[in-house]
Design a protein around this ligand. Structure first.
Ligand code: GDP
Length: 298
C-alpha cells in the first residue's frame, strides 16, 4: 500500500492535485468546469464517465455548498466512479480437489509474462502450490523468461519446444497440476493480435483443452496503461474472444493516465483486480479503489 501510494503519487499525483486545485477555486465558473473536464479526459477517464463525474460534482457542490469541502466530495465521487462494489478477489482455487486455473491473456509487450511471475510469487508467499504453463510458444524469449521467474519464485514451469502448439503446453501444464494436486495453475498465452479469428481459434482451443481437466477459474486480461485508446481497442477484441473475468493494468508507474482504470472497467464490465507498478518482483498490487483515489489526491 505504501508502495502504491509512492508510485502513484509520482505518476498520477498531477491528476488528483490538478482536480483538487480547480475545485478549490472560490468561483466555479464554466471555464473552471471545462478545465476539470479536460483534466479528466487527458487522464483517459473517457467521455461518458467524465460527464457523469462532472455532473455529480456540480450538483453536490451546488446543493451541499459550503457544508462540504471540495476534497471530501471529490474523494467520494472518484471512489464511486471506480466502483468499490466490484468483487476484486482473484479466483485461484479450484473445486473437487482440482486446481484453480488462471489464464493470462493480452497483446505482446503488455506485461503478461512478468505478471504471471509476480502472481506466482504472491500465491507462493500465501503458501499455495503453483505450476506455471509457458504457452506463449511463439516467442522463445517468453518461455525462457517464464522459466527464469519459475526458478526465482521456486515453482515448476511446464514448457514445450519452440513452436509447439500452445494448447498442448496448456494441456500438459494443467495435467501436471492436476496429477500433482497443486492449488493453482497459471497459464501464460501468446498475444498475437494478427486477426480476431486467429486469436479466437487459438485462445478458444487453449481454453477447451484446459477445461477437459479443470475449469478455468479466472481469465485475466493484461493491459498496458500507457497505451491509452489503443489499449481500449485491444481490450474490446480480447473480451469478444474470451470471457475476461479480471483486468491487470500494468505500467501504471510509467503513465499519468490512471483514468484508464475507469474507462476499461466501464468498457468490459469487469473489475481491475491488480495493478503493475514496476518491473520488480514485488511490483504488483491488488487494486483498491479507496487506496487508488487516496494516492491520486495525495
Ligand atoms: P508480455 O509480452 O506481455 O509477456 O510482456 P512482458 O512480461 O515480457 O513485459 C514487457 C516489458 O514490460 C518488460 O520489460 C517488463 O519488465 C515490463 N513491465 C511489465 N509490467 C510492468 C510494470 O508494471 N511496470 C513497468 N514499468 N514495467 C513493466
Amino acid at each position: 500500500l505504501v508502495r502504491l501510494r509512492q508510485r502513484l503519487a509520482g505518476s498520477q499525483g498531477g491528476l488528483g492535485r490538478g482536480l483538487l486545485a480547480l475545485l478549490s477555486r472560490d468561483r466555479l465558473d464554466e471555464d473552471t468546469w471545462e478545465s476539470i473536464e479536460d483534466t479528466l479526459l487527458t487522464a483517459d477517464v473517457g467521455v461518458a464517465p467524465t460527464q457523469e463525474l462532472v455532473d455529480r460534482l456540480r450538483t453536490r457542490l451546488r446543493v451541499e455548498g459550503g457544508a462540504v469541502d471540495a476534497r471530501t466530495v471529490l474523494r467520494e465521487e472518484l471512489v464511486a466512479l471506480v466502483d468499490p462494489t466490484m468483487d476484486r478477489r482473484l479466483q485461484v482455487s479450484g473445486e473437487d480437489g482440482r486446481p484453480g486455473v488462471v489464464l493470462v491473456v493480452g497483446v505482446n509487450g503488455a506485461g503478461k509474462t512478468t505478471t504471471v511471475g509476480k502472481i506466482a510469487r504472491i500465491l507462493v508467499a500465501e503458501d499455495r502450490s503453483v505450476v506455471l504453463g509457458a504457452a506463449d510458444t511463439f516467442r522463445a524469449a517468453a518461455v525462457d523468461q517464464l522459466a527464469t521467474w519459475g526458478e526465482r519464485v521456486g515453482v515448476e514451469v511446464v514448457r514445450g519446444a519452440e513452436g509447439t502448439d500452445p494448447a498442448s503446453v496448456a494441456f500438459e501444464a494443467v495435467k501436471d497440476g492436476v496429477d500433482r494436486g497443486v492449488d493453482t495453475v497459471i497459464v501464460d498465452t501468446a498475444g498475437r493480435l494478427q486477426n480476431k479469428a486467429g486469436l479466437m481459434d487459438e485462445l478458444g482451443k487453449v481454453k477447451r483443452v484446459i477445461e477437459k481437466q479443470a475449469p478455468v477459474t479466472e481469465v485475466l486480461l493484461v493491459l498496458d496503461a500507457t497505451t491509452g485508446q489503443n489499449g481500449m481497442i485491444q481490450a474490446r477484441v480480447f473480451s469478444e474472444v474470451v470471457d475476461v473475468t479480471g483486468i491487470v493494468l500494468t505500467k501504471l508507474d510509467g503513465s499519468a493516465k490512471g483514468g484508464i482504470v475507469v474507462a476499461v472497467q466501464r468498457e468490459l464490465g469487469v473489475p481491475v483486480k491488480l495493478v503493475g507498478l514496476g518491473e520488480g518482483a514485488d511490483d504488483l498490487a491488488p487494486f483498491s479503489p479507496e487506496a487508488f483515489v487516496d494516492a491520486l489526491l495525495g
